[in-house]
Design a protein around this ligand. Structure first.
Ligand SMILES: Cc1ncc(COP(=O)(O)O)c(C=O)c1O
Length: 386
């Protein structure tokens, strides 16, 4: 989905010619990348990291999540989301999705217990979750919100960039994302306390804190992990960031044309913010799971969410089998504080199973010509006749 070219080659050459590959605090690529990200996302604090999972884990730790806590995650999200909760020592609780394929605020509310600390809406495939409803539930129950925006970098909800509506946002820059350096991620927040703790956790040996970055922190250093980025990644990402709105504009234009060509033949899954969504895919809605699977069996052409492997709760074997760590004493499922952990099994989110089996995604090509779009529409419509 990302675009890459000569500008990134030049950026990498700049770093190599300078001979400074390590993250520096001032006047390096990472320093400027952080600044440019803050401006782009309109947040006060950004921490570039090695991956989206690193951002999720650092966020949860910084939000104070630990043994005895529960974090509500979506039945349709990447497994990394649930694993990050386990890494923080807590227990993921899975909530249903609604027809928009994102976490259902009503089911979230049903799953809140005295142990719940954080809600994690995931903006899957560029589709914003219903943030108004989620923020309302969070406010009512005094919970924090971590937006998993790994698959929706640059998208927005009611004019705000995804990842900046809740308390913290996590972005991924892996190979499959809107912008990429092969790997990478970032944490976004306006919360100083969460920022400080995530900053320490993501680079606990503090070797990257040359200069003034540690000055004024009120949190004492504690043992964490090493998720810090490097100058080559930041140099590539600085260029990628300048491409992001252009990428989204092309995806949105192509999706609009494909939707026009398909209208009258297909219905589409409802969306929480059609203007802000990234348009990575168009999602065709079928009358029933049987119709969707029949179409898929005869044509291929669509990606049924329930068949997307580790993106659906029923395929999270590590959780289903309670393998929360290699060493049994480090496994949060065996902690006394977590004795209320639910059983994870296929069928425990029946609404999600129905919804995620009744639709099919079609990837939007960023470089499609009008002829490509016409051909794609024809292929999809012809598939209905088989
Ligand atoms: C929804 C979602 N969350 C988290 C992640 C983890 O991101 P990363 O691969 O950068 O760790 C991914 C990765 O594909 C994802 O799709």
């Amino acid at each position: 989905m990302y675009r890459i070219g000569q500008e990134e080659i030049d950026a990498v050459a700049r770093v190599i010619n300078r001979g400074e590959l390590f993250k520096t605090t001032e006047n390096g690529e990472t320093f400027y990348f952080e600044q440019e990200m803050r401006d782009f996302f309109d947040v006060t604090r950004v921490i570039p990291m090695t991956s989206g999972m690193a951002a999720l884990e650092s966020a949860l730790v910084a939000m104070g999540v630990g043994p005895g806590d529960e974090v509500i995650v979506s039945a349709y999200t990447y497994i990394a989301n649930a694993v990050a909760v386990i890494k923080a020592g807590a227990i993921p609780v899975v909530a249903e999705v609604d027809e928009s394929l994102s976490i259902d605020a009503k089911d979230v509310e049903k799953k809140i217990t005295p142990r719940t600390k954080v809600i994690v809406p995931t903006h899957m495939l560029g589709y914003p979750s219903n943030m108004d409803a989620i923020m309302e539930v969070a406010k009512k129950h005094n919970l924090m919100v971590l937006e998993d925006s790994c698959q929706a970098v640059g998208g927005s909800y009611k004019g705000k960039r995804l990842g900046t509506v809740g308390d913290v946002g996590a972005l991924s820059f892996n190979f499959w994302k809107n912008i990429s350096a092969g790997e990478g991620g970032a944490l976004l927040t306006n919360n100083k306390d969460i920022y400080e703790k995530a900053l320490i956790y993501h680079d606990c040996c503090a070797v990257a804190y040359f200069g003034k970055q540690l000055e004024g922190l009120s949190t004492p250093l504690f043992c964490g992990d090493e998720f810090r980025t490097n100058e080559i990644t930041s140099a590539i990402m600085r260029v990628q960031l300048t491409r992001l709105d252009g990428i989204l504009a092309d995806l949105r234009k192509n999706k609009k044309l494909l939707a026009q060509a398909l209208s009258g033949h297909f219905e589409f899954a409802p969306q929480n913010d059609p203007e802000g969504e990234c348009s990575n895919v168009i999602t065709l809605k079928f009358d029933s799971p049987e119709r969707a699977h029949d179409y898929f069996d005869k044509n291929g052409l669509i990606m049924i969410p329930a068949m997307m492997g580790k993106h659906i709760y029923s395929a999270w074997d590590m959780l289903i089998e309670k393998r929360g760590a290699l060493h049994p004493r480090m496994n949060p499922f065996f902690f006394e504080e977590n004795k209320n952990a639910p059983e994870y099994k296929a069928g425990s989110c029946p609404e999600s199973d129905r919804i995620l089996n009744s639709v099919g995604h079609v990837n939007i090509g960023i470089n499609w010509s009008e002829a490509d779009i016409e051909a794609k529409a024809k292929e999809l419509i012809d598939g209905l006749k088989k």
